[in-house]
Design a protein around this ligand. Sequence first.
Ligand code: C5P
Length: 322
Amino acid sequence: MNGVRGRDGAPGAQVRVRASGKLNLALGVGRRQPDGYHPLATVFQAVSAFEDVTATYAEGVSVTVSGLHADLVPLGEDNLAIKAARLLAEATGIEAAVHLHLHKGVPVGGGMAGGSADAAAALVACDALWGTELNRDQISELAALLGSDVPFAMHGHTAVGRGRGHLISPAMTRGSYHWALGLRRNGLSTPRVYAAFDALIGDAAPDEPHLDAELMRALRSGNAVALGAALSNDLQPAALELAPHLAETLALAEDAGALGVVVSGSGPTVAALAADGDQAVAIGSAMLAAGVVDDVLCVTGPVPGARVVHGIDQAPQADDEW
Ligand code: C5P
């Protein structure tokens, strides 16, 4: 592209990386700390709503966006993928030279960390494109500087998040879970939801939130019914205060037979756990038919974290979509 050459001498060298959105199966939130952040005890699950980031050598750093809610994504310096590329360049002393194309499958401002997935994917893509020779741990340290959810977007699968959500340890899980996700085009601002949490709960929140042992047991045994009963989110009352219509979506998904329903992260995405793929489609259809959501996604989890799907020297794979 533009005659700019990669380190390996290949003009227009390109890397494609896929990262996924997340659900919080449990989100325990503690009292606001002096730095403004809240200590978390959360269980993340990466699900099959994907961000595909293609990084191409170019002059400077730029971004274009296609896919779900593409028109809602900022294209300037506050775009998390751009921030990720610049941070990696700064940390390694390499000239920032990349065009990033984001193909979005995760709702914007939906509480599913789509922006964080873009940041994780951009880190991995630029690392491969520029040949930085950083290891995965070093990249994860940079990820934490970009946002609380970015280290999990690197990691994927199912994991416990502590600290601001950025300290990740893998969780033992069995099986695959089917979800119907109810989406709203009008997102919720994460800082606003945390502020509403402070107003509602404030000093009554614990210093150290705990993880529910039942939920961890359900995941270890692969018991979807028990997992459904154990889903929880301390931010849900705050999200419901800012978006009262979510109560109707939650109730409707439950009436449609969901094993459990929960607002994902700071919302407004509503995640309904289904017994299988067919039931997920039925729950999604019921939400759409009732007009309580703008869109529906049926996904499965867990899925992997940010990973190269088409490297500099690889031919595109047969199942590539684009
Ligand atoms: O880390 P990130 O930039 O994604 O966080 C966005 C906002 O969410 C923070 O500015 C803060 O208001 C809130 N937040 C929080 N406690 C956390 C994570 C995020 O209060 N553990």
